[in-house]
Design a protein around this ligand. Sequence first.
Ligand SMILES: *Cc1c(COP(=O)(O)O)cnc(C)c1O
Length: 390
Amino acid sequence: MPKRAERIAAVPPYLFAEIDKKKAAVVARGVDVISLGIGDPDLPTPAFVVDKMKAAVANPKYHQYPDYDGSLAFRTAATDFYKRRFGAAFDPKTEALALIGSKEGLSHLIWAYIDQGDIALVPDPAYPVYKTHTALAGGVPYIMPLTKANGFLPDLKAIPEDVARKAKLLFINYPNNPTGAVATPEFYAEAVAFCRKYDILLVSDNAYSEMTYDGYTAPSVFDVPGAKDVAVEFWSLSKPFNMTGWRIAFVVGNQDAIGALGVIKTNTDSGQYTAVQEAAIEALTSPKADAFIKEMNAVYLRRRDIAVAGLRAIGLDAQPMKGSFYLWVPVPAGHTSTSFATLLLEEAGVVVTPGSAYGEHGEGYIRIALCLSEERLKEAVGRMQKYVKV
Ligand SMILES: *Cc1c(COP(=O)(O)O)cnc(C)c1O
């Protein structure tokens, strides 16, 4: 085989693959492994969406290439949703694109902006795509630490002037994966002002906007007046509608940025299957959608409270998240993220994700995803007990 491209070497080691290997070894021993590792909803896509898909599959019009930008009907459903949910207006023809999942859109947006040596401002810990694709494109991720002390919000004032001037992208993601933190309206206003000052594209990943608890409603970056001058926001059907397998999301915002992403996309993929877009329109517009999301949030809320109470009872400092479906839990004294995660997997048969998998500032934490039944969750916490208490 020929030598691989140099850019492959720039990709940080994929810790999840290591976890999978260890997990396979434990499963091979016959252990009934419980996973708190994967952020993938365990419950099915709602029936009203599945039924729409069944009908759409039979439509021969959809058996041909889809529109590159997404069907106008899907983009209109997306922009109508943003108007209704956040009060933000977008032209579906020029300020919205359908995506084959946010991951696809986020990664391609990076290729649309980052040349060799360009800087992207990337939170740490974070969803790995921001940093990985910046590196793949030859860019330089500038790390913004998310710590308990700063409420897991990047300290924009700490970014050196020369770095800010050189930066082209700033990534933010609230409600946050992996920390479960939420952003204040003031933070969004500060981020918009910062990006305006330094001519940076603000990339807001709002994948968890609908998954909130305790009466909290998540804002959009477009709550900030004038945000459209500097920002795009990604919104995915994956998490709120249990549709991770369907690969459907969209991005709205600045027309120039949407156009740049479109150049990469039209030369890479040929759009998402129109039947999937039809099903997603149903999710975005059905009168049943609000009730479905409420019901799902009630499920995650019960799991959260069971997990938090259980983890605290065994001596772990679990804090209830206001958004997302992740608990970000400090490891016991004497452990690293990896040593604790490895112990739990090998001795208790429980998979958790070491915080260090999301970046160096995730060290000292594990991430627990609430994508399993209350019964399994209780069983997992019970098994963890003897490896926590001293
Ligand atoms: C799950 C997730 C997404 C959604 O990804 P899709 O590709 O749309 O499934 C985006 N951002 C973050 C931070 C996520 O955790």
